[in-house]
Design a protein around this ligand. Structure first.
Ligand SMILES: Nc1ncnc2c1ncn2[C@@H]1O[C@H](COP(=O)(O)OP(=O)(O)OP(=O)(O)O)[C@@H](O)[C@H]1O
Ligand SMILES: O=c1[nH]c(=O)c2[nH+]cn([C@@H]3O[C@H](COP(=O)(O)O)[C@@H](O)[C@H]3O)c2[nH]1
Ligand SMILES: NC(=O)CC[C@H](N)C(=O)O
Ligand SMILES: [Mg+2]
Length: 526
């Protein structure tokens, strides 16, 4: 069955980005997709004979290494046998030069920041519309000589080889980074490469994606099997559920787990929106006791996350055995709302990044998991998922909902999670979000919540001494959640929220506002 299932990269003309570990590698993919060309990233160590698809062009990314160093990563030379255009960016260009003559070494000084490009060969299609524009440099090494078979096509003040091209083949190298927005015509250059040179079709649209994905799921699941889905009411899993529903109708069973760590009124609202609003029949499983029992006495954040992740899986496996598909088979698949950033993180050449915290991911935590995963969004970025949600008729409110982590309030009550502590955090959170919505700020903020700190502080209310806990409010602005800054509220707004929380929520003596960016902090407190 699986062999006949076409992958997205087989359906859309795909540009392959081979990642040498640059912090900007994923931006190359973002930029290409912005003009509707599909791109995927694989580690630079990928063996070309084992490529899962045939790309229409290859981009070699930048990277932190020096090509001449021992142990530096190198591309499989079979990449030249693919017969498709190749573009090397920074380290990628140095790699092309290393392979074709070894004329690469350390420059006298580092070049980091803006430079102006002068195109010397106006016939080179890569640089059409890019002449005299600002480009962004970030390198220490440089080409000391033109590689064999290449000519210079562009220069900058500091880089006599800012752009090079092979004299016969469609192979190009650039020293700057077209993928960052500081390279003002960088997107034009990438478009020239993908569309003019590689002739990639610009058909990567969410409308086309839906059709492809629905076909893919039908082929994968077959004509009679049934599937369960972990659906939280967040935008990712709701869009995933909607796609499943369109693909296999009532053979899809959406399961929402009330883990006792959800926000106020959330379970009722999610059930209503999915059932009535979207026609997705949602089963609510109340497992709150199981989660809270398992969390008893646990204060270590990582242990809490693992316990919550494992409990989710146990709940899903149990639910899966309770559903009896009409064709007499057993439930084999579990839908999950994994996005491309999660995938990139795990395939990156640098390997899985150091674990800052274990993100709960329904599939990620049990090695002997029986259910196989269906992840329809695993090629998409969050804004693509939001766009998809809009096309599929998912209500605006849900499309723009702030992300809510799987472990929920469990990682927003610092220290031991008890029903009493969850209640305090939940009530405070509700007031904060209510005020944000009232002030018309919800869409300007990427994510906001209240965390409960298990420290006591003295206060005075109605002439009485109080000795209660502290709420920390957090609101951030970010595009990708990898870095974030705190949101600047007016003092009046914070004053009102603080006063409401202390007055209306029993157990809180003080309210603080978290003004730490990420890094050095993270978004969540645990
Ligand atoms: N309470 C829950 N019940 C069922 N599944 C859940 C629950 N919480 C999380 N999940 C599953 O875990 C996945 C990861 O959670 P995550 O919060 O990243 O995504 P989301 O909730 O779909 O969207 P968002 O990031 O916008 O909150 C979800 O896509 C969903 O499959
Ligand atoms: O589904 C999730 N499961 C998790 O375990 C988890 N931990 C953090 N987050 C969300 O990820 C984003 C970045 O959060 P951090 O800076 O705290 O890592 C923020 O949006 C966080 O809310 C999670 N989402
Ligand atoms: N950004 C890059 O790709 C840098 C490449 C190489 N490490 C240099 O310093 O030149
Ligand atoms: Mg969520």
């Amino acid at each position: 069955m699986t062999a006949e299932v076409e992958q997205v990269s087989e359906v859309f003309n795909t540009i392959l980005v081979l990642d040498f570990g640059s912090q900007y590698s994923h931006l190359i993919i973002r930029r290409l997709r912005e003009f509707n060309v599909y791109a995927e990233m694989l580690p630079c160590t990928q063996k070309i004979s084992e490529l899962p698809f045939k790309p229409v062009g290859v981009i070699l990314s930048g990277g932190p290494f020096s090509v001449y160093e021992e142990g530096a990563p190198h591309v499989d030379h079979d990449v030249f046998k693919l017969g498709v255009p190749i573009l090397g960016i920074c380290y990628g260009m140095q790699e092309l030069a290393w392979i074709n003559g070894k004329g690469v070494g350390r420059g006298e000084k580092r070049e980091y920041g803006p430079a102006t490009l002068t195109v010397e060969d106006s016939t080179c299609p890569l640089f059409e519309g890019v002449d005299h524009s600002q480009v962004w440099m970030s390198h220490h090494d440089k080409l000391h000589a033109l590689p064999t078979g290449f000519k210079t096509v562009a220069i900058s003040g500091n880089s006599p080889f800012a752009g090079i091209a092979h004299t016969e083949k469609d192979i190009f190298g650039i020293q700057f980074h077209p993928e960052v927005t500081h390279s003002l015509q960088g997107k034009t250059l990438l478009k020239n490469f993908a569309v003019k040179i590689c002739k990639a079709t610009q058909n990567w649209t969410m409308e086309n994606f839906i059709d492809t994905e629905i076909k893919r799921i039908r082929a994968l699941v077959g004509p009679s099997a049934e599937v369960i889905g972990a659906v939280s009411g967040g935008v990712d899993s709701t869009v995933g559920a909607k796609i499943m529903k369109e693909a296999i109708g009532d053979r899809f069973h959406a399961i929402y787990v009330d883990n006792g760590l959800m926000r106020k009124n959330e379970t009722v609202q999610v059930k209503q929106t999915l059932d009535e609003g979207l026609g997705i029949n949602l089963t609510v499983v109340d497992a709150s006791k199981q989660f809270l029992d398992n969390l008893k006495g646990i204060t270590d954040p990582e242990k809490k996350r693992k316990i919550i992740g494992n409990t989710f899986i146990h709940v899903f496996e149990k639910v899966a055995t309770e559903i009896k598909p009409k064709d007499g088979s057993e439930i084999e698949y579990l839908l999950q709302g994994t996005l491309y950033p999660d995938v990139i993180e795990s395939i990156s050449f640098k390997g899985p990044s150091q674990t800052i915290k274990t993100h709960h991911n329904v599939g990620g935590l049990l090695e002997d998991m029986k259910l196989k995963l269906i992840e329809p969004l695993r090629e998409l970025f969050k804004d693509e998922v939001r766009h998809l949600g809009q096309i599929m008729g998912i209500p605006e409110d849900l499309v723009w909902r702030h992300p809510f982590p799987g472990p929920g309030i469990g990682i927003r009550v610092l220290g031991e999670v008890t029903p009493e502590q969850v209640k305090i955090a939940r009530e405070a959170d509700y007031i904060f979000i209510e005020e944000i919505k009232k002030a018309g700020l919800y869409r300007s903020i990427s994510q906001a919540f209240a965390a409960l700190l298990p420290v006591k502080s003295v206060g005075v209310m109605g002439d009485q001494r109080t000795y209660e806990q502290v709420i920390a409010l957090r609101a951030i602005e970010t595009t990708d959640f990898m870095t974030a800054d705190w949101f600047v509220f007016e003092a009046k707004f914070l004053k009102n929220v603080a006063s409401r929380i202390v007055n209306e929520v029993d157990g809180v003596a003080r309210v603080t506002y978290d003004i730490t960016s990420k890094p050095p902090a993270t978004v969540e407190w645990e």
